[in-house]
Design a protein around this ligand. Structure first.
Ligand code: FE
Length: 156
């Protein structure tokens, strides 16, 4: 199974109310300024979510977490991954074989660092979560390799 680009946003140019200017519009998106994100998030969350950072392997507190519950976006609270679909990949980052919902995350081609990877982002706030690889377990064969700092765990 190929990672699918789940970017199904409705977007386009819309006229702003009471204005003759047109602005780029995206439906159901949470948009905040860089200053707002910086003020709200911890330095680790900001580095990962807003600056496409990667936490050191085995450093995240949710890497080895096996409690039942829901993993939400640390930026906007959207439910992203379930404990039922978490597995121990041995990589040092929380790993899941599928997202909680088809529309919860979206993917983008990432050609940084001389690699070709598929970036995973929160579909709601566009926060960087990690990458998805095609060496995961059944039934999807996918491995969503997600930074612990991008997640907020809600125990069941
Ligand atoms: Fe988010």
């Amino acid at each position: 199974m190929q990672p699918v680009d789940r970017d199904s946003r409705t977007r386009g140019l819309r006229r702003q109310p009471g204005s003759t200017r047109y602005a780029f519009f995206m439906a159901d998106k949470l948009e905040k300024s860089d200053a707002e994100w910086r003020a709200e998030l911890t330095p680790e969350q900001y580095s990962v979510l807003r600056r496409h950072g990667t936490e050191p392997a085995f450093s995240g507190e949710l890497n080895a977490n096996k409690d039942p519950g829901m993993y939400r976006c640390a930026g906007c609270g959207t439910e992203l991954f379930r404990s039922d679909e978490k597995f121990d990949s041995g990589t040092g980052w929380p790993s899941f074989w599928q997202p909680a919902d088809d529309g919860a995350v979206r993917t983008e081609d990432d050609r940084s660092l001389l690699m070709r990877r598929t970036e995973v982002l929160c579909a709601t706030c566009d926060g960087h979560l990690g990458h998805v690889f095609e060496d995961g377990p059944n039934p999807t064969g996918l491995r969503y390799c997600i930074n612990s700092a991008a997640l907020d765990f809600k125990s069941k």
